[in-house]
Structures are given as structure tokens and as C-alpha cells.
Design a protein around this ligand. Structure first.
Ligand code: FES
Ligand SMILES: [Fe+2]
Length: 435
């Protein structure tokens, strides 16, 4: 349970709010590179941390992200002409490059120096392995770019990101990934031999053990395994401010999932995955294009960024719930496709869940810790001007989740010490997950 005041502090992301300022310390993934397919293409509206922005790819392929309202008199740069290394506002012709510099002001006298005094608000961008990242913070020199494995693998080994819009606050969506106990319920199938994808575990009472770290925390959810005497530890990482890496279930795939706040009521889930062993095939790339195809796919977007990556199955139609499926096959009548089942749980809490109303148990230990960590970090920044350690140390992202079977009494912390580090030179510690 949180007080109303702490809940507000935790969830609100606008400029000037404590959490909004904490998030602005970090490089943030914000959109798949494919949304800006080529140089000088049409600009795209972007919404991020409550700010309305416009993204464009200039003649040299660089990505620009500028405030939507032109600094002259506020017309929308969404209509801007993307030409010759800059975005030209169509109202009076002022033109801005990717750094926000005004490079042309054709309606003012040629001798005027006014152009040198005007800047559009612009955020630096990096386009890495299929995802555009941006830094919206106060520093003139952006902090080092996060060295997640998905960012440092050769591009051909990285899948296109899986992306899903959610109509709720980012924290309750993120909390779903650090809440192991739900996998035995909302993701479960009713029979082990069901053809539907789902979990089917004997022990549905995980014991959680947390390990706070300098970049966030990881935890093990321990369950009794089907072989007596063995225990299954699912070890999930939380990396400040909103990255999760759920327990490994593939010997060759590394991942990072981001829960990116568009504003207080919308978040974009960006799932980034890469292979350690080989290039991703064209067929595999094609398969990632519409991960929800089996359940209606995505709806056609408008120019509003909140309509992109928005699935046909959504809160307004109860996610197309199929009660027969729920009666005969699955815990919930929605298939296990990416995080659709999770979303049906987290969105229906309300746009911003009122955490004064909840009742937390032992299996919520990681949720409790992560909230406290985020709130403390936001307060430390506000009150002492201190940013979390992983803002300036990009190598702290070089971690992996793990999944291991251990005899009773063995410490998962020592058993997985190496496999939780990207650069320790050991294989991924993994156990198959849902069938
Ligand atoms: S409002 Fe953009 S140039 Fe005038
Ligand atoms: Fe889940």
C-alpha cells in the first residue's frame, strides 16, 4: 500500500515532477526505427513523458526529436517539410535541424541575426539496433549510452522490437514483470495437455528472495520442481528506471523490456531481443511484425501516437475475451500472446491505480521494493541533486536474468553470480518456460 502522496510521486512523469525529472536523467527508448523509414520522409508525432514532440529523419539519416510547437508562434511541426537537413515549419518557413538550431528564417530581413537566437526544443537521439533512443534531460552533454546487450550485439543478430501500447500508467505495467506469482494464474492453462500456450506448474506458491543492486535489483522466485529435492529459481532483473529482464527461457536469446511512459495514462511496452548465436532470419523478422495477428492484430493508427501499436483486442472490448477458451483451456479467455493477458490485468486497475486500496502479500515483495527504490531515487534527485549510479555508468546494464534448478538449501545468489553478468563468458542459465 502507498499513501496518496507517494502514489502521485511514483506515477506522474510530466516535466517538473520528481519522477518525471528522474526519468529525464536516462536515455529512453521511444520508437521503433521503422517508424522513420528513410531520409526526408514525413515527420511523426511522438508523445513522451507527457510532452508532444515530432520526430523526423533528416537527409543524412539522423533522427531529430523536437517539440511539436514551432518556437516562432507555435504552429505544429507535424506539417513541417522535411528537406535538406532540417524540418521547415510551413507557417512562415522557419527551419530547424536535428539539434534544434534555426538554420533558416526566410521571412525576416537577410541581415537579421534573430535566427541565431532562436532554438527549437530538441532532444538528442540514437538509432541503435532497430530502436530510437532519446535523452530529454538537463545536461548539455548526454550521459553515456546504456550498454545493454541488445544495444551492443551486431544489428543482424537483433530482432525488430515487439511493441504494444497500454492505456494505463507505466508503473502498474512494469510491476507485472516483477511479480512472479501471476505466471501460475493468468498465464496458466487448465490442463497440462492443452494445445494452448500456457504455464502448468505444480508449485504455485513461489518464495521470493531479493538482491538489491547498484542498478536496481534482482530477485528469485523459488518453486518446488517436479523432481523431488530440486527447486526452480526464476531470477528476474529490474534496471532503473523502467527496464525488466524476465527469467531466461532460451539458451541463445538476451532481452530487455522497457515500459516507456508516453504520459501519465499511457505506456509503450518495447520488448528488445537479440540472439547470441546467429543472425535473425528474414522469416523470423517477418514473424515479429504482427505478434498479435492470431487475436486481431493491430488497429490502423491515426497520427496520434497513442493509436500506434494499439491492438484490436483492448480494454474497450474486454480484449475479445472468449469464455469457451476460459472454460476449457486457459485461466483467462485471452491467448498468451506477448503481454496481452498481463495488459488485461494491469489496464483494468484503472489509468492510475489507487494504491491506497491494495493489500500486499509476501509474493509482492519485489513490487514493494522497486516502488520504494524509485520513490527514493526521485526524492534524492529532487532534494540532493543526486542521480542514480547507473545514469553515468553505462556498463551497469550488462546483466542477464537467469533460471536454474538447484538442490534445496543451495544459494541462487552464488550459483548464478556469473550467469547474471553479460561479460562473464558463461552460457545463459535457462529453463524452458511456457509450452
Ligand atoms: S509558427 Fe513556425 S514559422 Fe511561424
Ligand atoms: Fe506475465
Amino acid at each position: 500500500m502507498l499513501s496518496r502522496e507517494d502514489n502521485e510521486l511514483l506515477c506522474r512523469v510530466g516535466r517538473g515532477t520528481p519522477m518525471g525529472e528522474l526519468l529525464r536523467q536516462y536515455w529512453l527508448p521511444c520508437l521503433p526505427s521503422t517508424e522513420l523509414p528513410g531520409p526526408d520522409g514525413p515527420p511523426k508525432k511522438v508523445r513522451l513523458l507527457g510532452e508532444d514532440l515530432v520526430a523526423f529523419r533528416d537527409t543524412q539519416g539522423r533522427v531529430g526529436l523536437v517539440a511539436e510547437n514551432c518556437p516562432h508562434r507555435g504552429a505544429s511541426l507535424f506539417f513541417g517539410r522535411n528537406e535538406d537537413c532540417g524540418l521547415r515549419c510551413v507557417y512562415h518557413g522557419w527551419k530547424f535541424d536535428v539539434t534544434g538550431r534555426c538554420v533558416d528564417m526566410p521571412n525576416e530581413p537577410a541581415e537579421s541575426l534573430f535566427k541565431d537566437k532562436v532554438r527549437a526544443r530538441a532532444y538528442p537521439c540514437r538509432d541503435v539496433n532497430g530502436v530510437v533512443w532519446t535523452y530529454m534531460g538537463p545536461r548539455t552533454e548526454a550521459p553515456p549510452f546504456p550498454a545493454f546487450e541488445i544495444n551492443t550485439l551486431p544489428p543482424e543478430q537483433v530482432y525488430p522490437p515487439l511493441v504494444m501500447m497500454e492505456e494505463c500508467n507505466w508503473v502498474q505495467a512494469l510491476e507485472g514483470d516483477i511479480d512472479s506469482s501471476h505466471i501460475d494464474y493468468v498465464h496458466a492453462k487448465l490442463r497440462a495437455d492443452s494445445k494452448q500456450r500456457g504455464t502448468f506448474h505444480r508449485d504455485k506458491q513461489p518464495r521470493l528472495e531479493l538482491l538489491p543492486t547498484d542498478y536496481g535489483a534482482c530477485y528469485s522466485a523459488r518453486r518446488r520442481w517436479d523432481v523431488d529435492g530440486l527447486f526452480w529459481h526464476r531470477i528476474t532483473q529490474f534496471i532503473m528506471p523502467f527496464f525488466s529482464m524476465i527469467a531466461a527461457s532460451d539458451p541463445n536469446v538476451v532481452s530487455a523490456r522497457a515500459w516507456v511512459p508516453l504520459d501519465d495514462d499511457h505506456n509503450l511496452q518495447i520488448m528488445m531481443r537479440g540472439r547470441l548465436d546467429r543472425a535473425v532470419t528474414d522469416q523470423e523478422r517477418e514473424q515479429t511484425r504482427n505478434p498479435f495477428a492470431a487475436w486481431g492484430g493491430y488497429l490502423e493508427p491515426t497520427s496520434d501516437p497513442r493509436t500506434r501499436h494499439y491492438t484490436k483486442a483492448n480494454i474497450h472490448n474486454d480484449y475479445l475475451v472468449d469464455r469457451r477458451l476460459a472454460r476449457e483451456e486457459l485461466m483467462i479467455g485471452i491467448p498468451f500472446l506477448v503481454n496481452l493477458q498481463d495488459r488485461a490485468m494491469t489496464e483494468t486497475m484503472g489509468p492510475i491505480y489507487d494504491r491506497t486500496q491494495e493489500h500486499l502479500g509476501t509474493t509482492d515483495a519485489m513490487v514493494i521494493y522497486v516502488r520504494r527504490r524509485l520513490i527514493e531515487a526521485a526524492r534524492a534527485l529532487r532534494d540532493q541533486g543526486v542521480a542514480p549510479a547507473n545514469v553515468d555508468d553505462a556498463s551497469m546494464c550488462r546483466v542477464r536474468p537467469a533460471s536454474v534448478l538447484l538442490p534445496e538449501g543451495d544459494s541462487w545468489i552464488s550459483a548464478t553470480e556469473k550467469s547474471r553478468q553479460s561479460d562473464a563468458g558463461v552460457p545463459i542459465a535457462w529453463v524452458p518456460f511456457a509450452q
